[in-house]
Design a protein around this ligand. Sequence first.
Ligand code: AMP
Length: 444
Amino acid sequence: MTFASLGLIEPLLRSLETLGYQTPTPVQAQAIPAVLAGRDLMAAAQTGTGKTAGFALPLLQLLAMEGPKVASNSVRALILVPTRELAEQVHEAVRQYAENLPLTTYAAYGGVSINPQMMKLRKGVDVLVATPGRLLDLYRQKALKFNQLQTLILDEADRMLDLGFSEELGNIYRVLPKQRQTLLFSATFSDAIRLLAGQMLNDPLSIEVSPRNVAANTVKQWVVVVDKKRKPELFIHLLRKGKWKQVLVFAKTRNGVDALVEKLQGLGVNADGIHGDKPQATRQRALDRFKASEVQILVATDVAARGLDIEDLPLVVNFDLPIVAEDYIHRIGRTGRAGATGEAISLVCADEVNQLSAIEMLTRQTLTRQTEQDFEPEHRVPDTDSSGQVVKKPKKPKKPKTSGGSKRNLGKWVESGDASAVEPSIKPVRKVPVFNTGPRKKKP
Ligand code: AMP
């Protein structure tokens, strides 16, 4: 199969040739003809499957072939994404695909001044990539109108709900024209997402390119068990032993990111960190330097690292397991992209056994465990398997507790101490927006 056989026009084929894309990926093969035919889409596609081109190529083709010239302060297609980094990344991909078409594109997100964005929107843009909060700000400040909008794309929709954007999505939805094409992409599909899709999509075609909630099988995954307090030491040991060249490391909290970066830098290791407390420019610079291999170790929280596309990343390390099991799939999706092989190593302590169990259940696999010599944990990590059971209880210290201690509670994983510093991404928000589908009210 070729991109030409999917019905793409010549200017897009030329862009793909420049980018070196030869064969459509499975999600592209399914999504491109459906979007060109005007269908709504509900696509379960992992990151790294080529989903961006899957929606962007046919979108650009439709915009180039039909519809009016964009009016001032208007947009013809809106791509909503959960984070600033993803906005930059998706916009960059769209810009490259649109290279040979007379279409304008732009990315707008929070954390930076709104005025240049308002100026830019004066002339209107064909494709706007935006985060929900900033989009609403722009709309409320009358920098944006949606009467020309013909396509809405929700990228990483599950993440938008997890980040608590359900209210913003509801508010955006209310001011969009009813007559439009809607495409919903999500790496994983919770019931909340299915409900959202039911409200926003019209007779959608469902695409599922990989089994639901299964991580890419090109990523070799295993666990190293260790005591919590020895994780930094173990990380440094593994770094040296494995002669790791470039590693993306996930830590649970902002404090955790800062502490590990400081420790590594103190040892002369070339490391940098990104999390939600850092200014956007600093985060982008750290990311760019990591992508350019000027930084060896990038330590990140989930919110900062969501959806990043880093070519040829060989290794992801979970310094802490994620609190939401689905984040594990997103994290390890940073490696093993576009068919390359990758490795994902998780440093797991006894406190994290419930997270491990939930990950194994979600990914339907029991992760191989290793113990590193001299780092054998004093606090044993109980056995787990993909059934979601913690198979054996941890060996108790001599004095067994008499009440309550063994209850499993998969819903409450935030440990004591620095819970306030946990990034918003890992506070699961399971609210489902209830959209008003009745007659539209007056605009605010
Ligand atoms: P995505 O899942 O959209 O983040 O894409 C993952 C990576 O695969 C990006 O670096 C894309 O540039 C690349 N990619 C997407 N489609 C193709 C293709 N058909 N052939 C080669 N690389 C691709």
